[in-house]
Design a protein around this ligand. Structure first.
Ligand SMILES: [Zn+2]
Length: 186
């Protein structure tokens, strides 16, 4: 019978790689939690070069009055400043949610080697949800993609955030209604 199992060494290598991805994705999740603290949609990212984190970022467009302040862009800027180079050749970007159009463009400009993301973004994600941005022939740089690393945790952070925001809105409405019925204070 033909043996279809990969050799043990290969399996161990795969496990080590998976574990390495999870370690860096956990760091991206820490960044996402910072965004949630600021009441921003919780997305986080880290840039890794030679096994070391060289840039970190979290989503913060509202609090920093910057439409471009997505987690990926913040992490790319941080990394580029650190190594004093706008090209992040051979670096990997870990992000908790599938990148949008703007971030995919920035990732190509930065020459990121691999994008590793956790959760799909069915509405605005363009890596595989709405389109395959990194496979467009007009881009002169190829980006490898790995998805689904710590997906459950990343999805949960987003779900918890929106649940909390819905509850807050409900509470505000309730308070406004009560104030109206009582007569607003002077
Ligand atoms: Zn984005």
């Amino acid at each position: 019978m033909k043996n279809t199992q990969p050799p043990i060494d290969n399996l161990q290598a795969q496990d080590a790689t998976q574990h390495g991805h999870e370690i860096f994705m956990a760091e991206a999740i820490i960044e996402a939690q910072k965004a949630a603290t600021l009441m921003e949609v919780p997305v986080g990212a880290v840039v890794v070069l030679n096994g070391e984190i060289i840039g970190r970022g979290f989503n913060q467009p509202i609090s920093s009055h910057d439409p471009c302040a997505h987690a990926e862009v913040m992490a790319l800027r941080d990394a580029a400043k650190r190594i004093e180079n706008y090209r992040l050749v051979d670096a990997d970007l870990y992000v908790t949610v599938e990148p949008c159009t703007m971030c995919s463009g920035a990732i190509v400009h930065a020459r990121i080697k691999r994008v590793i993301f956790a959760a799909l973004e069915p509405k605005a994600g363009v890596v595989c949800s709405q389109m395959e941005a990194f496979k467009q022939p007009y881009f002169n740089h190829e980006v490898e993609v790995i998805s689904g690393i710590l997906e459950e945790q990343s999805v949960k952070i987003i779900q918890d955030f929106f649940k909390m925001r819905r509850a807050q809105k409900k509470q505000l409405k309730k308070e406004a209604r009560e104030a109206l019925l009582k007569g607003a204070p002077e």
